[in-house]
Write a protein that binds this ligand. Structure first.
Ligand SMILES: [Zn+2]
Length: 349
């Protein structure tokens, strides 16, 4: 709800061309793919075509071009220089394979060193980091519609399988494949704490949360966890884990849940479904049929329901946001009553 209020205020600032809002946000127009400052003198777009950004960088990574009238990049630099960097961003976004720094610098008529310095000053990222952010953004957009994870990665501009594995687990928190033989080679930390949803088990690898579950019987929940990860090195909580644990607990029922690092493994199909679940906005619900449609497999609602049910990371992968077509809650792996409580909390906060 908080986000909605903010967007409403931002929209009001756009309509009033409020210069006091300058440098607090930028807005893109989806139909023209141009982004502006709030005070832009150009004609005010339709609300439904407007997307807000907290930083210039987000707009650039999403492929928006800077407006020629309000010049959103020209904050403190000579307009011309800023425009050159805007063009370079466009080239990176438009190319489907990595663009060489030397080529970008040559197009801009600068030395590589100078180009790189200026790019960082305008965008806040190096050209290499920017390219990577563009790939991540594309992968997030394409994955729910993709036939397979690798295909989506190649379409998104990852050069190879190994590049995907090197970069994308961090971007996705979801890795194709299973945990090896009961967690062999993994180090996992865990804790069981009492939350408003009852006893809650949280476990994490070095890379992110691999399990978040609820249960009424703590011993039973622990026994299953230990069986599933029988060959992992299970360690007590350290400071880093405690911090993650606190964040996970306070994120239950809050939009912050999406920001926590995950480390889940699954088949390409499961990853597609879980990724699509994470695209359902906070406070909203959809049906299994709709979810099947969103991953481009409209006849697969049963398989989709099974993939939702095999989610090991409750709330952070929000399988609770999928309900029956008639609005009934249908099932929930951790009890329908918990599903009702989570949804109720999301709808009021
Ligand atoms: Zn403008």
């Amino acid at each position: 709800m908080e986000q909605e209020t903010t967007d409403q205020e931002r929209w009001q600032a756009v309509q009033e061309r409020d210069h006091r809002a300058e440098n607090t946000f930028w807005f893109g127009v989806t139909t023209t793919r141009i982004f502006c400052r709030p005070g832009c003198p150009a004609r005010t777009p339709q609300r439904e075509n407007v997307q807000f950004f907290g930083t210039v960088r987000e707009a650039l990574v999403s492929g928006y071009r800077p407006c020629k009238r309000c010049k959103p990049l020209a904050a403190s630099l000579a307009d011309e220089q800023a425009a050159v960097i805007g063009d370079a961003c466009q080239k990176i976004v438009a190319a489907n394979t990595p663009v060489r720094l030397g080529d970008l610098a040559a197009d801009a008529g600068m030395s590589e060193a100078h180009f790189q310095k200026l790019f960082r000053k305008v965008v806040g990222l190096s050209p290499a980091q920017f390219s990577r952010a563009v790939r991540e953004q594309r992968l997030h957009q394409q994955l729910p519609m993709a036939e397979n994870v690798l295909g989506a990665a190649l379409d998104a501009g990852y050069a190879s399988n190994s590049q995907l594995y090197a970069e994308a687990p961090e971007a996705l928190g979801m890795t194709p494949g299973a945990f090896r033989n009961k967690g062999e080679g993994e180090t996992i930390r865990y804790a069981v704490v009492d939350t408003w949803l009852g006893p809650t088990l949280v476990a994490a690898t070095e890379r992110g949360i691999c399990r978040l579950q609820f249960g009424d019987d703590i011993q039973e929940m622990m026994a299953l966890f230990e069986r599933n990860f029988a060959n992992a090195t299970i360690l007590p909580a350290d400071d880093r884990f405690k911090e993650l644990l606190d964040q996970a607990i306070s994120a239950l029922g809050s939009p912050e849940a999406l920001k926590l690092p995950l480390d889940v493994r699954g088949t390409a199909f499961q990853i597609k479904v879980w990724h699509a679940l994470r695209q359902i906005p906070f406070g909203q619900t959809i049906s299994y049929g709709e979810l099947a449609r969103r991953i481009g497999q409209p006849t697969a609602s049963r398989a989709v329901a099974t993939a939702c049910g095999s989610n090991d990371v409750a709330v952070l992968i929000p399988c609770h946001r999928v309900i029956g077509k008639d609005g009934s809650l249908t099932g929930y792996r951790w009890g329908t009553e918990r599903k009702r409580e989570i949804l109720a909390r999301e709808q009021t906060s």
